[in-house]
Design a protein around this ligand. Structure first.
Ligand code: ZN
Length: 403
């Protein structure tokens, strides 16, 4: 925990000379499994309607099981820590029928625990049988965080949440049954809404827009976070705001997929808590949240006034944490969790920078933190992972997917 005052006896002292210190970044929307399926031939520059079956075929060919789920999560979470992301919300959407779903969730949780990263495991659904999805979500909560208030483990390192992929993939029954599981255990709910294909399919299938459906199905509420929100009207923004739901911006996915740019300034001005996520390796191909913060700042000028770097940094820290119901994360205040990044700004890529905090985003694209602390524990130092052998993490994932 961050405390105000002198260092306690026996504390490790880290020299932060030449560094900007921020809270650990919080990636509010990732699909860690897709880390194993980056840059697959036939998945770039195609519409979402073709992208979904192309990715699904790759998942089927590889066989999604606890081993693959764990290895992909391990690589994605190692990448996260090395890029300053101390908490990842993993919206897991791929659950082959008959799979050991508790084993898959446990494998992701064990990968996070081994690396010292915080994980929010979101039991998602994408065309799953609604009853099976709900039973699996309930079993995952009971196995991973039994009796934990809000689905958050006592040490705060693991959280379980639920969420269908969206109204384009899942029927009302899935939303209702996962909603029941969330109420029973006090879990946060997350879904994806209003990327282009989501709006098209909702209109085709139901004659309504996604947010109308979510409202009818009980999924516009303060415990719900909506990822993407590219195509939203002023009226819809007002309704999201009135509902207390939060949002996650994911430009590193939305821009290359051609979905457009979420109007973040308008969402913030309406009083909506907005976080930042990378989305998954199948569309973004990277889990580097600071790189996407830079992108968010750059593209914001295409849909309104440009977002200042400090506002975008808030999206990637406190904004994301608020959507997860975790006010102790993403902040450098007494009482907050001790998740810290030290960004060395003494090098040539930062030479001439007038405002080092703005420079975190504007200068040195792709920068990585020199040192990362999670819950008071050093997990990255001198740009190296301390909790695992990076080469081994890479080799085991390549070996598992046969590349
Ligand atoms: Zn996504």
């Amino acid at each position: 925990m961050i405390v105000d005052g002198p260092a306690p006896a026996g504390a490790t002292v880290v020299d932060a000379t030449g560094c900007v210190v921020t809270a650990g970044l919080v990636n509010a929307h990732h699909h860690l499994l897709q880390t194993a399926f980056r840059t697959l031939p036939g998945t770039r520059g195609i519409p979402m309607r073709e992208w979904l079956p192309a990715m699904a075929a790759a998942y089927t060919a590889a066989g999604v099981d606890p081993e693959l789920t764990g290895l992909a999560a391990r690589a994605g979470l190692a990448e996260a820590l090395l890029s300053g992301v101390t908490t990842v919300a993993d919206h897991h959407l791929t659950w082959p029928s008959g799979a050991d779903t508790v084993g898959m969730a446990r494998a992701a949780a064990e990968a996070a625990a081994g690396l010292g990263a915080r994980l929010v495991f979101v039991r998602g659904a994408a065309r799953d049988d609604p009853q099976e999805a709900a039973a699996s979500a309930d079993a995952i909560v009971r196995a991973l965080v039994p009796g934990a208030p809000g689905g958050v483990s006592a040490d705060g390192m693991l959280q379980v949440a639920v969420g269908p992929a969206g109204v384009h993939s899942d029927p009302r029954e899935t939303f209702e049954l996962l909603g029941e599981v969330s109420r029973e255990h006090g879990l946060r709910r997350r879904t994806q809404a209003n990327e282009v294909v989501d709006v098209e399919i909702a209109l085709d299938r139901y004659g309504a827009r996604p947010l109308d459906l979510l409202e009818r199905w009980g999924w516009l509420a303060p415990d719900v976070t909506l990822a993407h929100l590219c195509d939203v009207t002023d009226d819809e923004i007002a309704r999201v705001s009135a509902s207390g739901a939060s949002a996650t911006h994911a430009p590193g996915c939305d821009v290359p997929m051609g979905w457009g740019i979420a109007p973040v300034r308008r969402l913030l001005d309406a009083g909506i808590a907005v976080g930042l996520g990378t989305s998954g390796g199948g569309s973004n191909d990277a889990g580097h949240l600071l790189a996407d913060a830079r992108l968010a700042m750059q593209v914001s000028a295409l849909v309104g006034p440009q977002l200042p770097a400090s506002d975008v940094l808030s999206l990637a820290t406190s904004g994301s944490a608020d959507g997860l119901g975790r006010p102790e994360l993403g902040r450098l205040t007494p009482g907050a969790a001790a998740d810290l990044c030290l960004w060395d700004v003494s090098g040539v890529a930062d030479a001439g920078v007038a405002d080092p905090v703005a420079g975190l985003l504007w200068a040195s694209p792709g920068r990585r933190p020199r040192t990362v602390v999670v819950g008071g524990r050093l997990v990255v130092d001198e740009w190296r992972l301390l909790t695992a052998d990076e080469d081994e993490v890479v080799a085991r994932l390549f070996e598992r997917v046969g590349r």
